[in-house]
Structures are given as C-alpha cells and as structure tokens.
Design a protein around this ligand. Sequence first.
Ligand code: FDA
Length: 305
Amino acid sequence: MEQLLKNFFLFMAKNKFFNRMAKKYGLRFGAGRFVAGETLEAALRSIKELNAEGMLVTVDHLGEFVYNEEEANHMAQHCVDALEAMDREKVNSNLSLKMTSMGLDISRELCLTNMRRILETAKKYNNFVRIDMEDYAHIEQTFDIYNELRKDYDNVGLVIQAYLYRSEEDIDRLAEMNTNLRLVKGAYRESPKVAFPEKKDVDENYKKNIEQQLKHGHYAGIATHDEFIIEHVKEFVKREQIALDQFEFQMLYGIRTDLQKKLVEEGYRMRIYVPYGNDWYGYFMRRLAERPANVGFVIKGIFKG
Ligand code: FDA
C-alpha cells in the first residue's frame, strides 16, 4: 500500500494541470508545513529564525516545468534577488536551484547564461550555489553544464543520488574537480534499469557514497532525516578523524525539527533547505511520496479551508 501511494504521489508530482491550479490558488492543503511561504520576505523571516537557532540555510525559489525563455529569465532574476537580499539582511544562507527552472529544457546556452549571471552575483557576495539533482532524464545535461561552469567558478556544487547505480563512479569523477557534493537518497521515480528498486540497497549505497566523498577529503552535505544513517556518519567521522568542518548535515524545512535541534546542540553543522514561492505543488507531492503518512496534513489542510 505504501509503495502504491509513493508511486501515486510521484506520478502526481508531474501533473501540469494541478501544478497550474496550485500556482493560481496559493499555498494550500497543509503545504505550508514544508514551504516557508510564497514570497522572498517570508523566506527571509524563516532564515532569520533558523539562524537564531544556530542553523545554516539553503534557500530555494521553487520552480518546475519552465518551458519558455521569459519564465527562465524570470526564475534566474528571483535567484539574483534572493542573493542580494540575503547579503543585505546579513543572513547565513546559500542558494539551491534546479537547472530546469533556469531553462535547461529550452537550450544549453540559455541555461548557461542564467547560471553565469547567478554565479557572478553569488561570487560578488562571497556566496555559494548548489545545483539540485532532478530526474534521471536530466542528469547528463546537468553534469555537462556543471563541468562547463566549474571552469570559471568554484562557488558551485552538485547533488548525487544514492538510488542510482552510477553514483559511486560519479563521485570519483567529480572528486577530480574537488566538487562540493550534497549526498541524498533520491526523490524521483526511476526505472530499475538505472536505480536500486529496494530501499535497503539505496540505504547501503548511501552509506558508501558518504564515506567515499569524505575519504576523498572533499566537502559533503549529508542530506537526510534518517537517524540510522546520521548515527553511522557520526561514528564514521569519529573513527576516521574527519574534521567537523568537512561536512554538514542537511534537512528539509519542517521535517524532523527535533533532530535538527539535537544535532546543533551536539555541535554539528546543520543546514536547512528552505523552499519558497508559488510553484510549491511538485515539491509538496515529493514530500508526500517520501512519507505517505504526511497525507494527514493534507486532510487537516482541506478541513481548515
Ligand atoms: P528516508 O526516506 O529513509 O526517511 C527516513 C526518516 O526520515 C523517515 O522514517 C521519517 O521519519 C523521516 N522523513 C523522511 N522524509 C520525510 C517527509 N517527507 N516527511 C516527514 N518525515 C520524513 N532529492 C533529489 O533527488 N535531489 C535533490 O537535489 C535533493 N535535495 C535534497 C536536499 C535536502 C536538504 C534534503 C534533506 C533532501 C533532498 N532530496 C533531494 C530528497 C532526498 O533524496 C530524499 O527523498 C529525502 O531526503 C527522504 O529521504 P531520507 O534520506 O530522509 O530517508
């Protein structure tokens, strides 16, 4: 049943009609638990609150299904505005973004131009930009654009998904470029031709990927809410004498806030992924897919109106 619901929500995440409706009618159905708000001002308020609790942030202006140039440029402008506002307000946050919202599905040149604009702004403010990893269909293009950008910028990093069979090879290759990686289990619906179908295999590969990146001596953002993995990492870094400033834990806004606080108290770097904007639908569906029990929030949200 759980698997069926997972597949259902991942399928729904790609529904363009509901995506359009969601943009039109605003944050609903309990999505506010996972999304900081629809505006940059709302995101800044959340960043400040999290910073005050000793947490770092990465902010993401939500956006999917961007198929025209004007919209892609508009999305890039949002990123530039966010970087400027974060500097002005002196908050401790970097930026995460999706290449498809920068025009990846339109043209390589457009995506590169938008990325360069954002990375120049980030460089000016001594800030960092993380490229989220999307579905498998975009992986080669994402690596290609990253390789190109990395020639000119060192303030950019990528994400590796442990559910993919290829992740180990990708980590080794990216290590040659001293890549700052966020390591995740993976959030999309992928074919067993490219991804482990069983969760236990994903978890095992995830541990391997984390150890691999840390052993390479490069920075790791360990993005998970899985307590077993987190305990495993704590033991591993202690045993291997890996410095606490070579990695950070990362979690999503609104998920396992108890664990987020505990890790800060224990002296670990903790970064929270804060999404904002009106294009919240796909993001929300993926959070429901990860934990179908979250549907409870949807039901409460419906009755709240
Ligand atoms: P797992 O799914 O095994 O969950 C472990 C425990 O965490 C659960 O038992 C539950 O307690 C809690 N939990 C997990 N998800 C929850 C939810 N939605 N609601 C409530 N509780 C939940 N993916 C991707 O493909 N590309 C990307 O760029 C990113 N970026 C990213 C950034 C950050 C900061 C995080 C934390 C995650 C991502 N992800 C991602 C998503 C990632 O791939 C994965 O889908 C989720 O993190 C869920 O997997 P866990 O590692 O938390 O473990």
